[in-house]
Each structure stands twice: as C-alpha cells, then as structure tokens.
Ligand binder design. Structure first.
Ligand code: PEP
Length: 248
C-alpha cells in the first residue's frame, strides 16, 4: 500500500517572514498520520521554513536545482546545498520551468539523476497542453516525458520517486481534470514505469495529480487506484490545504 503524498508548490510567493506566518497557520491543519506532507517553498525561504517546521510532520522541498555539483553557474543551486540544510524533496521539470526557463526532457533527466545521487527525492512533473489533449496524443506525450526523465535511473531509485501528472491546461486555471481523465493518465504512467523496470518498481512509485486541486476535488481524485496524492499550487497557500491533506 503506497503512502499518500500531498505537496504544496508555493511557486514565487511569500517572503521568509511571510513563510513563517503561513507555516504557523498551516501547521495544525496539515497534521496527518496517513499522508506525507511537503511544502515546496522558494529557495530563499528554505532555511527559515526548515526551522519553522521542526517537530512537525511537514517536510520541506525545493522547487528546482541544477544538475552540476558546483562552479560557474550564476544563480543556480547545487543539490548538496539543498541536502546540507535538510531539504528532502525537489520538484523537477514543472511545466512553468519548461515554459519560461527552457527546461527540456533532457535537462529534467540530468536533474533527476543528480537528485537521486544526492539522496533527494525528486517530484518529477509531466503533463500535456490543451492542444495535445485535443489532438489525442496525451498518453504518448506523457510516456515520452517519463521515459526520458527516467533514463539511466536505477529501479531502486525509481521506486522512491514521486511523479506529478499535471495537465498544463489545469494548472492555475481553475479547470480540474475529471477523476477519469486524471486516473487514465496516472495509470498509463504506472504502466510506463512497469515497462521500463518491472511491476514491483511501478507499484512503489507514487504518482500525484496536480492542477487546480481544491478541498472539493481532492477526495475523488486521491481515492483513484493510481493517484497517490497531489501537487497543489494555489490552494497550498491557504487554510484549504489542511482540508486537502485531510481529504477523507
Ligand atoms: C502547480 O503549480 O503545481 C499546480 C498544480 O498549481 P494549481 O494547483 O494552482 O493549479
């Protein structure tokens, strides 16, 4: 039985002091015995957030990292910088990074490999545009993203990965995929992992749905056989996130 994982993607929101305020507000609301809870905060607030969640069930994640160890990469953050302060998760290949910061399937793959090398758990994002969905190529497109993201990743690494299926047309738009649409793609992702590795590896991978998840849609989505929680943007900055974590 896979443990649910519900992660908040704070995106480019909240200063360090606002981070402390929001964490203090959310702390009692996101207490859960049944799900892993992760707050992915802006890089500048990672240290503050780690301090603020001490003694709680909340883990801290970064929203990005670079795939080199160190060197002349102005503005980038190395994986050991994250692990050295206690960051456990890192979002990789979010569609906003692919769209605005030129991330490709290949850079996603390099980052996934590097994250695992450093003991970070990557939350690997994939998902189609509205045009791709309308053209009927959603599954092919997502399978290709997954196959490239996991190139040269070992089965032992893959089974602890988190994959976030996030249809781009549902992110920040208020449009949620139907539970059938979300489950269909999450199932296809699991089958793709089984093809690359084997059934045991596929059974271990946790697959989240992301895209305008709210307290109202969480229960239906997260009760699907292949949906192991959610990656939540907008609603993770509000008290509603507590209801999403405790969706049952
Ligand atoms: C996201 O950015 O990962 C996301 C799912 O955003 P939202 O919940 O706001 O659609």
């Amino acid at each position: 039985m896979r443990r649910k994982i519900i992660a908040g993607n704070w995106k480019m929101n909240k200063t360090p002091s606002e981070t402390v305020t929001l964490i203090n507000e959310l702390k009692p609301l996101v207490a859960s015995e049944e799900a892993d809870v992760v707050f992915c905060v802006p890089a500048i607030s990672l240290t503050t957030a780690l301090e603020a969640v001490k003694g709680t069930n909340i883990a801290i994640g970064a929203q990005n990292m670079y795939y080199e160890e160190s060197g002349a990469y102005t503005g980038e953050i190395a994986p050991n910088m994250l692990t050295s302060i206690g960051v456990k998760y890192v979002i990789i290949g979010h569609s906003e990074r692919r769209e605005y910061f030129a991330e490709t399937n290949e850079t996603v793959n390099k980052k996934v490999i590097k994250a695992f090398e450093h003991g970070l758990i990557p939350i690997v994002c994939c998902g189609e545009t509205l045009t791709q969905r309308e053209q009927g190529i959603t599954i092919d497109f997502v399978r290709q993203q997954i196959k490239i993201a996991f190139l040269n990743v070992t089965p032992d690494q893959a089974k602890i990965a988190v994959i976030a299926y996030e249809p781009i047309w549902a992110i920040g738009t208020g449009k949620v995929a139907t539970t059938e649409q979300a489950e269909e793609v999450c199932k296809a992702i699991r089958e793709c992992i089984a093809e690359i590795y084997d059934d045991a590896t596929a059974a271990g991978v946790r697959i989240q749905y992301g895209g305008s998840v709210t307290a109202a849609s969480a229960a239906d989505l997260f009760s699907q056989a292949n949906i192991d929680g959610g990656l939540v943007g907008g609603a993770s900055l509000k008290a509603d996130f507590g209801k999403i974590v405790n969706y049952k």
